[in-house]
Write a protein that binds this ligand. Structure first.
Ligand code: LMR
Length: 340
């Protein structure tokens, strides 16, 4: 009897030991799973894959995949395939997409100060815009989105915006009277055209070609790169090189997603974004000039003389007067200082 009890106890002990071992193994496996769990994020944007934004977004995704050994996958959705201008912010805030890169002015409904990106004749070129967004004042503005569930990580400038239309050559502010232009966002852009006696329609990027073709609007304001990639020269006849304002993209991430990344992974992703940003900034000028060269073969291009341009600068004084208090003197002064 005693021997039987002894055997039973031994069996119970063995079972317990086996269970404990299995338990430990399970825990270990779970911990391993956790630390190697794949992270998938979506990067949605509105331009073509071959644009500086498209190429830089893909570069970012490729670098992240390589540096995290495939643990983090960033899926890039170009050309408004996933979300367009109308719904990308909502999708980002809902964490349905983790990265977007809209032009700064499109942030108008979150913070009016982002309209500094659309201000006429403030930024000289891509480099001047980059200096502003990289400055303490610029970074502070980017970080200010945090309270709304988003983080502005960096800026990708992509050329100066020019005027285009189907009706006539535009050389003076007076030439704009009665024309209607597509704009990507309200505020400053509405007032730029109002100061020239022209009307505006706020149209999402993916619908611009059709709107121009169907003559919903007479023209648009866009960079050489977008004009070429979106084939606006097929439906418009005149391009005026005025370098009105700079098109800067703000790379924005969903805050909840960003905060959920393990610190080492976040650091790697941040480093990849830094490299993709350098790449975008090198590429932007080059592709812009290549696009201009192609456009010159297709449509009538007029480059404003310094005197002609000065007339536009003067016509924009009411816009400056209106937006300086909205955007704030400090940001203006910083941008001016970095764009002399
Ligand atoms: C536009 O809507 O014209 C631009 O912001 C599009 C873009 O992202 O280049």
């Amino acid at each position: 009897m005693r021997k039987r009890n002894y055997l039973l106890s031994l069996l119970a002990l063995l079972t317990l030991f086996t269970l404990l071992l299995a338990g430990c193994g399970g825990k270990k496996e779970a911990a391993q799973n956790q630390s190697t769990e794949k992270i998938v994020a979506k990067f949605s944007h509105v331009t073509a894959p071959g644009t500086p934004k498209g190429l830089a977004a893909q570069k970012f995704a490729d670098l992240v995949k390589e540096r995290t050994n495939g643990r983090v996958e960033i899926q890039v959705f170009p050309s408004s395939q996933l979300y367009g201008d109308k719904d990308e912010f909502e999708a980002l805030q809902a964490n349905n997409v983790q990265f977007i890169a809209p032009s700064a002015g499109k942030l108008i409904s979150f913070d009016q100060r982002f309209q500094i990106g659309d201000m006429p004749f403030l930024f000289k070129d891509n480099q001047g815009a980059a200096r502003f967004w990289d400055s303490e004042a610029g970074k502070k503005l980017l970080r200010s989105l945090e309270s709304q569930g988003m983080i502005g990580l960096t800026a990708w400038p992509n050329g100066m915006r020019q005027f285009m239309n189907s009706k006539k050559e535009l050389k003076t502010p007076e030439d704009f009277k009665g024309l209607k232009f597509r704009i990507p966002a309200g505020g400053v852009l509405v007032d730029i055209f109002q100061a020239l006696g022209a009307g505006t329609a706020n149209i999402p990027f993916s619908e611009v070609y059709t709107a121009l073709q169907q003559k919903v609007v007479d023209g648009t304001i866009a960079t050489f790169d977008n004009i070429e990639n979106e084939k606006y020269a097929e439906v418009l006849n005149y391009l005026t090189v005025a370098n009105v304002n700079n098109l800067s993209y703000i790379v924005i991430v969903n805050k909840q997603f960003w905060d959920s990344l393990p610190p080492d992974i976040r650091e790697t992703v941040e480093q990849c974004l830094k490299e993709a940003t350098e790449y975008e900034r090198q590429l932007a000028d080059q592709l812009d000039q290549e696009s201009l060269a192609k456009l010159k073969q297709k449509i009538k291009v007029h480059e404003l003389t310094p005197e002609e341009r000065q007339a536009f600068v003067e016509a924009m004084q009411p816009v400056w007067a209106k937006y300086e208090p909205v955007i704030g003197k400090e940001l203006f002064e910083e941008a001016k200082k970095l764009n002399q």
